[in-house]
Design a binder for this molecule. Structure first.
Ligand SMILES: Cc1cc2nc3c(=O)[nH]c(=O)nc-3n(C[C@H](O)[C@H](O)[C@H](O)COP(=O)(O)OP(=O)(O)OC[C@H]3O[C@@H](n4cnc5c(N)ncnc54)[C@H](O)[C@@H]3O)c2cc1C
Length: 351
């Protein structure tokens, strides 16, 4: 197992932000992952699991404990059953399933990071979420010290949430299993209106899975949502805020604020999100509160391609990023009475 001391964490994150870890361990097998976790837990050392670092905001002070980089490998496809080791690069795994003619995760192409992190926040984009295809997750349970298998029901998936996010220090994901669909090379039914428009089909139709993947990648690239080291608009964690879900009273109060501020004819985005709940768009709120693309004067700014991505223009600190995030949260709250919640995980720092 590779081990470094006082190791910079910023290069392991897509923001390229944050101070060093007292100790950084790289684990290449499930046994190495488990051994490293047991060692940290046995000695009472704080533990930070790092996959691709694409959803992490690490404080400028770094992490005073063991950072465990999951670098395990394993891609096994048996018919429509897929098993991925936690360290597999997600977007490469998606490409391989599409090459094999399978459907179910083709619209999740281009999402950075590791396979093992996908169940943590129930990764989703362009009408698909991993919760629709995950059947089981193998994990190390730090509470019992055992290797366990959780079914999709055990994972308690919801919008950008799961049991793993609910209880963040309990499970270390080792393997994820998926049930994909063999639709003769066709995609799953296209659900997302923007993707359907770009493909020139009606929502609910199927297209070639390869074409669906390429279309999503092109849409994402136009928004700075595919990693490109040369493009500071992608030095981000993707969407920095989740879309707010409002109950009936909150939605009524929100609508009243929108009408008072922007006029009675303004209709904010509103999507059903379960019994009595409405999801609105964080990007819309941010934009209408005056934080448009490219907003900011300092080294942390809103992406020039997507209102929802906060970015490091190259010389930012985590504090610069958090100052911008706080400004956006306060501005949206002042304008619409809605409190935005950050999507990336904050380590040794807070909004
Ligand atoms: C340009 C860009 C675009 C993005 N687009 C999307 C998108 O469309 N949809 C979306 O949902 N997300 C998106 N994201 C966010 C991010 O890519 C996903 O959340 C991704 O799954 C994070 O994976 P990771 O391996 O980088 O996790 P990390 O950032 O390394 O970790 C994230 C969290 O998961 C924990 N973790 C990681 N691996 C494990 C493991 N094996 N076991 C237990 N805990 C673990 C970490 O401790 C941390 O709490 C985007 C990010 C970027 C930079």
């Amino acid at each position: 197992m590779q081990e470094l001391h006082d190791a910079p964490l910023a290069p392991l994150t897509t923001f390229r932000l944050g101070g060093p870890a007292a100790r950084l361990v790289m684990a290449r097998t499930d046994d190495e992952v488990i051994a490293a976790v047991r060692e940290a837990d046995g000695s009472g050392t704080p533990l930070l699991i790092v996959g691709g670092g694409s959803n992490l905001v690490i404080g400028d002070g770094g992490f005073d404990g063991t950072a465990l980089r999951i670098a395990t490998q394993g891609f096994r496809l048996d018919g429509t059953k897929l098993e991925l080791a936690a360290g597999e690069v997600w977007t490469d795994a998606v490409a391989r399933t599409v090459e094999a003619g399978l459907a179910g995760i083709e619209c999740l192409a281009g999402i950075p990071g590791s396979a093992g992190a996908t169940p943590i926040q129930n990764v989703g984009a362009y009408g698909q979420e991993v919760s629709s295809t995950i059947t089981e997750v193998d994990a190390y349970d730090r509470r019992t010290g055992e290797r366990v298998t959780l079914t999709d029901a055990d994972c308690a998936f919801s919008y950008r949430h799961s049991r793993f996010k609910e209880d963040p220090h309990r499970y270390v994901v080792l393997r994820v299993r998926f049930e994909l669909e063999d639709a003769g090379g066709l995609s799953a039914p296209i659900k997302y209106p923007e993707t359907a428009r770009a493909l020139g089909v009606e929502a609910g139709e199927r297209v070639s899975a390869a074409v669906a993947r390429e279309t999503v990648l092109a849409l994402r690239a136009g928004k700075g949502m595919v990693l490109d080291p040369e493009d500071h608009d992608t030095w981000s964690a993707g969407s920095f805020f989740t879309n707010p879900i409002l109950d009936e009273a909150q939605f009524a109060a929100f609508l009243a604020r929108v009408h008072a501020t922007l006029g009675p004819d303004t209709a904010p985005p509103a999507f059903p999100a379960g019994e009595g709940l409405t999801k609105t768009s964080a990007a819309w709120l941010i934009d209408r509160a005056g934080f448009t693309k490219g907003y900011g004067e300092g080294p942390a700014r809103i992406s020039t391609k997507h209102t929802l991505a906060l970015t490091n223009r190259g010389r930012a600190t985590t504090e610069d990023l958090l100052a911008l995030a706080r400004e956006v949260v306060a501005g949206v709250h002042d304008a619409f009475g809605v409190t935005l919640v950050n999507e990336p995980v904050t380590v040794n720092c807070a909004l």
